[in-house]
Design a protein. Structure first.
Length: 439
């Protein structure tokens, strides 16, 4: 018998049967697990959303806004560069040593203010020489004119030959030409003497000095003495797409003054206000844009040449338009829509058609009328027909305080309800027992 039990031909089929039963057990467990997962997933899909704004869900906290009317501007935004209306490099128009510098770097100068002085002694001497030459030639001219008068009287009596008279006439004309040349030399010397005193040709701000005192300056110096830049008023050059040119040109032809505002790089801080002056005579073919120039008074010195700014050009203003906050705009399957707050403290989806946008306000062309209330905060989890509770804009700005106030209000309400409905259990039971006795 022991040999039969230990015989491999008998033990192998028994092990095979046990393995088959074990594999069947594992397969059944796996099937049950899969079925349980399918059932759980189906229930999760069929379950109503807890955070959604369904009709049976709790009310959602929102901040509403009432639709009203107002003016809204049609603006064009562009990038611009501040450009001075006049930038002058002061150069010497004569040669000489720089004897005096009569400005400080960064000074504000007026037209005609003294900037620098050049050694004037050589030019004073030249002027004196020219005046002496003029006086000598004027004396010669006067003597020749006296002789001419004498010869004319004698020629009338045939006392002198006509050739002598003609020669004297030519001599007087020669002296007259010499005197005119001398006078021009005197004028030139006077001008050169004036050039020794260099004055500012414009109103503006003096930059950094380019030449030190004592240097020999000439008209051929490349850098010059200093650069004066006009800052008040100042202009901004910016570009707009060629598609906007006709609208801008139409407004300018009608005599309208188009206000322009310059903002910093972030576009949040307004630097200056001005107006559009003109636009270029041709469109840039490489970019499809056209240059425009706006002028600013710049009395507060907020704009400096070569500064990059954001330009907002007010093209037109829509008067008495229906407007709303851009915070209430929603986009989805219905297109552009808002959540309209109903009288029964529910919301409904209202498709709207929008117009131009001006800052945080947008024009409403259709879909809303003044007096409607829309959701501007708390609309991320709303659905059609969701119940809402209105909170103030101050609570929206401080959600922690709003949550604390809501919790305190709920606690107070619960306490009042408990005391009213029978905070004293004994009193309630006593009342019912008395009613029972009466019956």
């Amino acid at each position: 018998m022991d040999q039969q039990i230990k015989d491999p031909s008998i033990v192998a089929p028994e092990r095979t049967r046990r393995g088959s039963r074990w594999r069947g057990f594992l397969t059944g467990c796996l099937v049950l697990a899969v079925l349980a997962g399918i059932v759980w997933w189906t229930r999760q899909q069929a379950a109503p959303p807890q955070a959604g704004g369904g009709r049976n869900a709790g009310p959602m906290s929102i901040v509403p806004e009432t639709i009203g009317k107002g003016d809204i501007g049609v603006s064009l935004n562009a990038l611009g560069t501040v450009t001075s209306l006049a930038t002058v490099t002061i150069r010497s128009q004569i040669s000489g040593y720089l004897m005096k510098i009569d400005f400080k770097e960064g000074d504000e100068v007026k037209k005609g203010d003294l900037i620098a002085e050049i050694d004037s002694r050589p030019y004073e001497a030249t002027l004196a020489q020219a005046k002496g030459q003029l006086a000598r030639d004027e004396a010669q001219l006067k003597g020749a004119q006296v002789d001419l008068t004498r010869y004319q009287n004698l020629a009338a009596q045939n006392a002198v030959p006509h050739q002598t008279l003609d020669t004297q006439v030519a001599l007087v004309a020669q002296y007259q030409g010499t005197v005119e040349a001398d006078r021009a030399s005197v004028k030139s010397a006077e001008v050169n003497l004036q050039y020794c005193h260099i004055v500012s040709p414009i109103n503006g701000r003096v930059g950094l000095r380019l030449v030190d005192l004592g240097n020999y300056v000439t008209p051929g110096d490349t850098n010059g003495l200093v650069v004066i830049t006009q800052l008040e008023p100042i202009s901004v050059l910016f570009t707009l797409p060629e598609d906007n040119l006709q609208a801008v040109a139409k407004r300018l032809r009608a005599g309208a003054v188009l206000p322009a505002a310059a903002y910093d790089r972030s576009g949040a801080n307004k630097l200056a206000e001005g107006s559009l002056q003109t636009f270029d005579s041709q469109i840039d073919a490489t970019t499809g844009t056209i240059k425009l120039r706006a002028q600013f008074e710049n009395d507060k010195r907020t704009l400096y040449p070569n500064q990059f700014v954001n330009v907002r050009l007010l093209l037109d203003t829509h008067k008495d338009a229906t407007t709303m906050s851009t915070a209430g705009i929603q986009r989805g399957v219905p297109g552009t829509f808002v959540y309209l707050v109903n009288a029964d403290s529910t919301v409904s989806v209202r498709p709207v058609k929008l117009g131009v946008t001006d800052g945080d306000r947008v024009e409403v062309l259709s879909g809303l009328v003044p007096g409607d209330r829309i959701v501007i905060d708390g609309a991320d989890k709303l659905r059609e027909g969701a119940k809402v509770v209105v909170r103030s804009a101050a609570d929206a700005a401080n959600p922690a305080a709003a949550a604390k106030g809501t919790a305190n209000g709920a606690a107070k309400g619960d306490g009042k309800g408990d005391s009213k409905d029978g905070a004293d259990p004994g009193g309630g039971h006593h009342k019912r027992s008395e009613d029972g006795q009466k019956k």
